[in-house]
Design a protein around this ligand. Structure first.
Ligand code: MTE
Length: 364
């Protein structure tokens, strides 16, 4: 397995490398071990020498900065934030049962992981540069190289200034208490808890404070959400909604579709997240396609910006049946029931109730 990743990783694309853990390992630990943490790349993994690395900060600032890793460690307070990263394309595979989605990575439920990130606050670095009048967005560019529409450029994103000033937005050089691995953005990456993973720019090279969102392809064209009826051939980029906050969602990691289990009481396990990082309030599981629901036990402790692993015991009938999971968060957000409501031609943000078809068997 490349990049010292776990040999069980499911590879969705070899080059660029896109992979995630199998559901049983994904839901095993509250903190996803680094070798199991999902990987989403659009281009190469740049080899960056930490000794010569510099982060540039400019745009609408009083003082443009050029910071080495040593400057960051020496001049700013260190902070640690536990945060779940989830790709906007997580659970795209289910949407493919509605209609095809050409040209996008067919993630099942593994484009999500929970990490503990250590670094300096983005807000502290912005304050050092001095935020000038007119600032409304903060743009980020990675040092990787991506090719789109015949042009080569670094992956980029932006977030609203308010979000950038939150204590949770981190410039991270450590993951799970160890140096950040190259595949996850070393020597420095942005972590934007509660937002789609695409905003957490890896191999961060430049921060620019500006009056408008980034014009980088991955902010201005990709990662926009269109309604189910929009058509790829006719939709205009600007009509899609620029994605930011993640949606409330729950997924079943065990049993898996096609699995056979003895009829009777059976344990269902999975993960759930709240909108924009809100706490998960409740997860429910149905063994009769949504007619009746059993409340799941939320495992571990509620953490801001973190997912919640859960388990529930339901009664499996003999024969083929569908198990369904749904979550609600503390801010009152729930999930749409069906894939017809969440389908869109880019396959983003599928948070329909999660269904798995399983077979109960009677032991003789
Ligand atoms: N940053 C750069 N420079 N290049 C990328 O391709 N992918 C983004 C984001 N940051 C990406 C990036 C996407 S879409 C996601 S979901 C997360 O990184 C995934 O982070 P991970 O690979 O550490 O899990």
């Amino acid at each position: 397995m490349p990049f010292s990743k776990h040999p069980s990783l499911i590879i969705r694309q070899a080059d660029p490398f896109n992979a995630g853990p199998p559901p049983d390992l994904l839901s095993r630990d509250e903190i996803t071990p680094a070798d199991l943490f999902f990987v989403r790349n659009h281009g190469n993994v740049p080899a960056l020498d930490p000794a010569v690395y510099r982060l540039r900060v400019g745009g609408l600032v009083a003082r443009p900065l050029e910071l080495s890793l040593e400057d960051l460690r020496r001049d700013f307070a260190e902070h640690t934030v536990a945060a779940t990263l989830q790709c906007a394309g997580n659970r795209r595979m289910e949407l493919l049962s509605v209609r095809e989605i050409p040209g996008e990575v067919p993630w099942d439920l593994e484009a999500i992981s929970h990490g503990v990130w250590t670094g300096v606050r983005l807000s502290d670095v912005l304050a050092r540069a001095g935020i000038a009048a007119g600032a409304a967005h903060v743009a980020f560019t990675g040092l990787d190289e991506v090719e789109r529409r015949g042009r080569r450029f670094g992956f980029g994103a932006s977030i609203p200034l308010d979000k950038a000033l939150g204590p949770e937005a981190l410039l991270a050089y450590e993951m799970n208490g160890a140096p950040l691995p190259a595949i996850h953005g070393a020597p420095l990456r942005l972590v934007v808890p509660g937002y789609i993973g695409a905003r957490s720019v890896k191999w961060l090279g430049e921060i620019v404070i500006q009056d408008a969102p980034s014009d980088n392809y991955f902010q201005s064209v990709a990662y926009r959400l269109f309604p189910p009826e929009a058509d790829a051939a006719t939709a205009r980029d600007e009509d899609g909604r620029m994605l930011g906050e993640l949606f409330t969602s729950a997924a079943i990691c065990a049993p898996l579709t096609g699995e056979t289990r003895p009829a009777g009481p059976t344990v269902v396990r999975g993960y759930a997240v709240g909108q924009g990082g809100a706490a998960v309030d409740r997860v429910e599981v149905s063994a009769d396609d949504g007619r009746t629901w059993t409340e799941a036990t939320l495992l571990g402790e509620a953490e801001p910006w973190g997912w919640r692993l859960w388990e529930a015991e339901v009664e499996l009938r003999p024969g083929l049946q569908t198990l369904v999971a749904r979550a609600a968060d503390a801010a009152g957000h729930g999930q749409p029931a069906g894939l017809a409501e969440t389908w869109n031609f880019k396959g983003y943000m599928n948070n329909a109730w999660h269904r798995v078809a399983v077979v109960g068997i009677i032991k003789t």
